[in-house]
Structure formats: structure tokens, C-alpha cells
Design a protein around this ligand. Structure first.
Ligand SMILES: Nc1ncnc2c1ncn2[C@@H]1O[C@H](COP(=O)(O)OP(=O)(O)OP(=O)(O)O)[C@@H](O)[C@H]1O
Length: 273
């Protein structure tokens, strides 16, 4: 298994003011696999990702184990943790600008990633690889994209560049936190398709956080449903969403806006009748 969480817990504060943020979180993701974490706002999805990266809030206490390959991440030294974050994990968030340096062209971002993974690659070779990676993520004019600064690209293009960057760095673990929330629906499905392709081609393990059940089903083979810091139901995406067992999952599925229902809903007349 690439990543295994066993009974991960997280609490903040002390004494009677202690608040439990995560409780008994156990999950596994293998190479090339994708796991969706779904649940309402505040259910602990982002905190689960932060437990993996060990970027926990000040004053919090964690428990349980986070195993990456054969190492327990919770016991790594500061230097080992820095290396784990830089070389093994890529984080894709709602805001791709956060991952990119605003004063550097896309070219520098990708070439640095490629050379970090394979230090002996020449600049010319790295440039060629960067162009190929941009083409792989569906960028039509890779030359132009390489020369661009982040602010010159659309949200969908930026998210593609960040995905190309994680492939360039040879990351084996992809943590995606609402990566498509800021995109329009068509670009959303393009980005999900590109993520899926990058994951299977490069054998990356992916955790995909979203509150959108349809998106989770499109991006993930398995789904874990979180409520109040716990996983209440987990299993193959089709069975969790098709025949949910836990009443919280049933409620989420029932309240999901259905595209067919939306499309066929009667349009209210102007006077509201
Ligand atoms: N720095 C912090 N200190 C204390 N509590 C926090 C901190 N950040 C988040 N929390 C609390 O931790 C709980 C879990 O939050 P988390 O961000 O993981 O939820 P989420 O499921 O990712 O929600 P969202 O979809 O809104 O991002 C929430 O109750 C939140 O209020």
C-alpha cells in the first residue's frame, strides 16, 4: 500500500476546552488508486490531508499512524518531513496560483520540477519534457504557455500546469483539495479527466477532497464519507453512492442536485407563480 492511515485522531485545545477534529480515521490508497473524501463543510476533509502532510494547527495533538510506503510519517524528523513533502507529495488546491511563483514563468516552474526529480537532466532536455507534459495535460500551445507568467493564464490552464508540475516532479502521492471548485463545469470535467490520466499513467495514489458527490464518482474508484471528523461509510464509489447504507450518506445523496431534475424543472414565471 502506498499510504495507510490507522486510527488517526486530532484534537485541539486542552482540558475541558478540548475539541476533537478527527477521530479514528483509517484509510488506504495504493499506487494508481484514487480515494474520494466527501462530506459537508467542517467534516474534517482538509484536516485529514493536513494530517498526512503534518501541517497541523498550532496547539493540536494528533494520534494514530500515517504510513507512507514503509515509513511512519508521524515519527519523521523535520528534515525527513521536508524531503517527504518536496519529493513525494503534490498538493493541488482550489487556488492553483498558490502553488506557483507569480514572478516566474511556467517554464521555470516545470524545469525546476523536472531537474529536482532528475538532477542530471540538461536544461534543453528538461524544456522538451516540459513541452510534452503540457501537451499531455491538454494545453494546445505549449510553447506559449511555457513563456507565460501565472497571471496570464486562465484557472483551467493553471490547474493543468500544476498537474503537469506534479508529474514533472515524479510525485507519488497527489492530494487534491477541491481542485475544480473554481472552474466552470466543462473545464471541471476536463481537469478531472487529466487528473485521472496522470494518476494512472504515473501510478500516483490520489486523495480527492470534494463536497460534490458526482465529481467524487467521476474522479475516484473508492469513496469515504466524513461527518463530524469521522468516516461514517466507505467503499467502491458506485456502491456508496448507488446504495448508501449510512443515513448521513443517504441524506447527502438525496440532497444532491440532479442534473436531469435541474434540466426538467419548470421555469418559474416572472410573477413567481
Ligand atoms: N486552525 C484551526 N484551529 C481549530 N480548528 C480548526 C482549524 N481549522 C479548522 N478547524 C476546524 O476543524 C474542523 C474540520 O475542518 P476541515 O477544514 O477539515 O473541514 P472540511 O471538511 O475540509 O470543510 P470544507 O469543505 O469547508 O473545507 C472544523 O470544525 C473546523 O472548524
Amino acid at each position: 500500500m502506498m499510504l495507510t492511515l490507522e486510527k488517526v485522531g486530532l484534537a485541539i485545545g486542552s482540558g475541558p476546552d478540548t475539541r476533537t477534529l478527527l477521530e479514528d480515521i483509517s484509510l488506504q490508497v495504493g499506487p494508481g488508486e484514487s480515494l474520494g473524501l466527501v462530506g459537508e463543510s467542517g467534516s474534517g476533509k482538509s484536516m485529514t490531508l493536513r494530517s498526512i502532510l503534518r501541517t497541523l494547527p498550532d496547539g493540536s495533538t494528533s494520534s494514530g499512524t500515517v504510513r507512507y510506503r514503509d515509513k511512519d510519517i508521524t515519527t519523521l524528523s523535520r528534515e525527513e518531513l521536508r524531503r517527504f513533502r518536496a519529493a513525494e507529495v503534490s498538493m493541488i488546491s482550489q487556488n492553483p496560483l498558490a502553488a506557483l511563483n507569480p514572478v516566474l514563468r511556467v517554464e521555470r516552474f516545470l524545469i525546476e520540477g523536472i531537474q529536482a526529480a532528475k538532477p542530471r537532466t540538461s536544461a534543453a532536455e528538461a524544456r522538451k519534457t516540459a513541452l510534452a507534459l503540457l501537451a499531455d495535460v491538454g494545453i494546445h500551445d505549449p510553447e506559449r504557455c511555457l513563456r507565460s507568467y501565472p497571471h496570464q493564464l486562465s484557472g483551467g490552464m493553471l490547474q493543468r500546469v500544476v498537474i503537469a508540475g506534479s508529474v514533472a516532479r515524479g510525485s507519488s502521492l497527489l492530494l487534491a483539495d477541491e481542485p475544480t471548485t473554481a472552474l466552470d463545469v466543462t473545464t471541471q470535467s476536463d481537469v478531472v479527466a487529466i487528473l485521472n490520466e496522470a494518476r494512472t499513467d504515473a501510478g500516483m495514489a490520489m486523495i480527492f477532497v470534494t463536497h460534490d458527490l458526482d465529481l467524487a464518482a467521476a474522479a475516484c474508484q473508492r469513496i469515504a464519507v466524513m461527518q463530524k471528523g469521522r468516516i461514517v461509510e466507505a467503499g467502491p464509489a458506485q456502491s456508496v453512492l448507488g446504495s448508501p447504507q449510512h443515513e448521513y450518506t443517504q441524506m447527502l445523496v438525496a440532497s444532491k442536485p440532479s442534473l436531469t431534475r435541474r434540466a426538467s424543472a419548470p421555469v418559474p414565471s416572472e410573477d413567481g407563480k
